[in-house]
Write a protein that binds this ligand. Sequence first.
Ligand code: KG4
Ligand code: ZN
Length: 369
Amino acid sequence: MTILAIDTSCDETSAAVTRGWTALSNVVASQAELHRPYGGVFPTVAKQAHRENIEPTVQLALKRAGIKPQELDAIAVTQGPGLAPALEVGIAHAKKLASEWRLPLIPVNHIEGHLWSVLVQPRRRTPSQPAPDPVATIQFPVLALIVSGKHTEFVLVHGFGTYNVLGRTLDDAAGECLDKIGRMLNLGYPAGPVLEQLAKVGSPTTAFPLPLTTVKTFDLSFSGLKTFARNTLNALGGSEVLSRQEVCDFAASTQAGVFRHITYKLEKVIEAVHRGTTEFDPAPVSELWLGGGVAANTALRAALRQTLRASSRRLGLATPLVLRTPYTKRLCGDNAGMIGVVGEKKATSQFLVRSRGITLERLPRLSLR
Ligand code: KG4
Ligand code: ZN
């Protein structure tokens, strides 16, 4: 199927054309500049910018893919979760195009998009040869970790549409925590990528606390790390008095604290899925899928690989667990390419909403369960 996909869940207006697992184009118009003065996403500004960007973004996605509207088989659009006024713009535009071009509409869960983003394939030089199906080589179940500005969760993936959410954040998401601490350091918005660059020339001189070590669940919590950062900076006399090197050191400490919390819980999750717990039978996994904006961070990837190696040794696995990440960083942040591939999987299974799609409504609080 050739699918036009649209995602306007937060502050990126994105449109893509996908065919199977291949993204023929994947255009992202970022609003980061517009939200920078507010230090976060301002809903009415996001809505207005989506309205202005949606049509040219869709046109560019079609042009880059070399596809005409009459060659499309369906339109996939993010239904949720996300910012209600932002979702509304993408859905309204998808409905308009679906009615003009007489195409079925496929509603897609944004988190499911991040989950399967690791399998999206680049466009081939010889498009006549279809890309091999990456799912054919996957040994299910696999474990997925979604780390974005809105979500942080461990998901056991048994196959398309069959998921167990093993744990999720009880408060802030990991990216949100990085952004908020970055804001305390006056690093602008979004601060996650800036923090990563500063941390490269810093040393983790401040030890952040490790949250939720006494509870057996696989849930996470980042709000205590944010409070710890604020109190530490206040005790030092505010971020303004820090030297450039001290800011870099604090960035390195923040990343180490946030990622240590994730890897600590990951160790527990891996152990539980391999050995089984009172709640579920053993479900040995061979790989970890990493998706979401924070997945672009190379220090996080390195920390996860180290954890996978250590867990594999401890469990005596003949084949060590491997980390699978999206082939390009564009697929980590919000993008419509991941929405298109999930849309096709839905369309080819029993989930397709055909003409009923026209009644599709936004679901800002949609979750995987
Ligand atoms: O997936 P995404 O684009 O939007 C949501 O669905 O939330 O994720 C955005 C988040 C932001 O918090 C941003 O700071 C973070 O991803 N992020 C990073 C990096 N690139 C983006 N965090 C750390 N290191 C990065 N390189
Ligand atoms: Zn996202």
